[in-house]
Design a binder for this molecule. Structure first.
Ligand code: PLP
Ligand code: COI
Length: 340
């Protein structure tokens, strides 16, 4: 059994704690340095950093899982590397090659192995890769220098409740513009979501759900996860839109729903006035895993899906399949699991 630090593993939630090491690499004069692990969790940057003024920041979210035999699994880290490359390109930032990204992730996981929640606790080690524009700048143009870092924290459920359904509020605000940065994992999308998110929390909802910014008739996504619904005739449907974040979990579920559960699957428009078609609904993402949605408040109407207190049977099956693969209990499709 590998050694772990003393933590309340069963009740971790999703909060920052300082772990021992983080990866740090700088880009200067057109190239990345070799990157190192450091114990310092403070970032020292110029007051002229574009990250501070113009939102030149991108990030990723991924997890390492402790398996029953004591191994450590990463789930589709190549997909995070590639999405980060697309996010960087959208903000005119340099990119990190996939092999360098995965190697850095492995270094961070190994160096903080004692913080990986033990197998059976449902926890995981959340990894937060990020890149920011730094250096002495002031005009609105790409930074002269960049910092790429990865830190990690042990986590449990993102939404209170885990597999117990929670409720969501359709927001009047837009998360992203039609042709904006919605599909990139950039800081600005999240800064703009703080107010709608806080309004939802104040009214006891888990988070805001956004409608499409052009017609305000179709569900886009949750502030921190994608949306899916299971129709009464067992079809897995998830919104298709150029302004939502292409969730790696969502694409994994599209595959698993079809290939492992034998469901019909579809990425298509999900009209907010057609929620009646769904027997079950959920939010999916790295942090959210699969979080069942009990009900959705839209203006004056509160629409309940399967139940406000119990997870639906298909959502439960998808959860078992996905987390079974992540924790190494269920055979994974080719290339999905990378061992540390
Ligand atoms: N949508 C948003 C806005 C997110 O922040 C996230 C989290 O990464 C997701 C969806 C889910 O994406 P993934 O499954 O790749 O973690
Ligand atoms: C993730 O699931 O990794 C996210 O980025 C969601 C949220 C914590 C921002």
């Amino acid at each position: 059994m590998s050694k772990t630090v003393e933590l309340d593993w069963e009740n971790l939630g999703f909060s920052y704690i300082k772990t021992d090491y983080r990866y740090l690499s700088y880009w200067k004069n057109g190239k990345w340095d070799d990157g190192t692990l450091t114990e310092d969790n403070k970032v020292h940057i110029s007051e002229g950093s574009t990250a501070l003024h113009y939102g030149q920041t991108v990030f990723e979210g991924m997890k390492a899982y402790r398996t029953k035999d004591g191994g450590i699994n990463l789930f589709r880290p190549d997909q995070n590397a590639e999405r980060m490359q697309r996010s960087c390109s959208r903000l005119l930032m340099p990119t990190i090659p996939t092999s360098v990204f995965i190697d850095a992730v492995k270094q961070v996981v190994k160096a903080n192995e004692a913080y990986i929640p033990p197998y059976g606790t449902d926890g995981s080690l959340y990894l937060r890769p990020y890149m920011i524009g730094i250096g002495d700048n002031i005009g609105v143009k790409p930074a002269s220098e960049y910092l790429f870092s990865i830190f990690c924290i042990p986590v449990g459920s993102y939404f209170k409740g885990g597999l117990i359904p929670t409720n969501f509020l359709i927001s009047d605000y837009d998360r992203a513009a039609g042709n904006g940065t919605g599909a990139a994992k950039v800081g600005g999308n999240y800064g703009g979501s703080l107010l709608p998110g806080s309004e939802a929390h104040k009214r006891n909802f888990s988070d805001a759900i956004y409608l499409d910014p052009i017609t305000h008739t179709k569900i886009e996504e949750v502030g921190s996860a994608n949306f899916f619904g299971i129709t009464k005739d067992h079809k897995f449907i998830t919104p298709y839109s150029p302004s939502i974040l292409p969730s790696i979990t969502k694409y994994s579920l599209l595959y698993l729903a079809k290939e492992r559960l034998g469901l019909e699957v579809e990425e298509s428009d999900v009209y907010v006035d057609e929620l009646d078609q769904f027997a079950e609904a959920g939010a999916c993402g790295t942090a959210a895993v699969i979080s069942p949605i009990g009900g959705i408040q839209y203006k004056e109407d509160f629409h309940v899906f399967y139940s406000e207190t119990e997870v639906g049977p298909i959502t439960q099956k998808l959860y078992n399949e996905l987390t079974g693969i992540q924790y190494g209990e269920v055979p994974a499709p080719e290339g999905w699991i990378v061992k540390v």
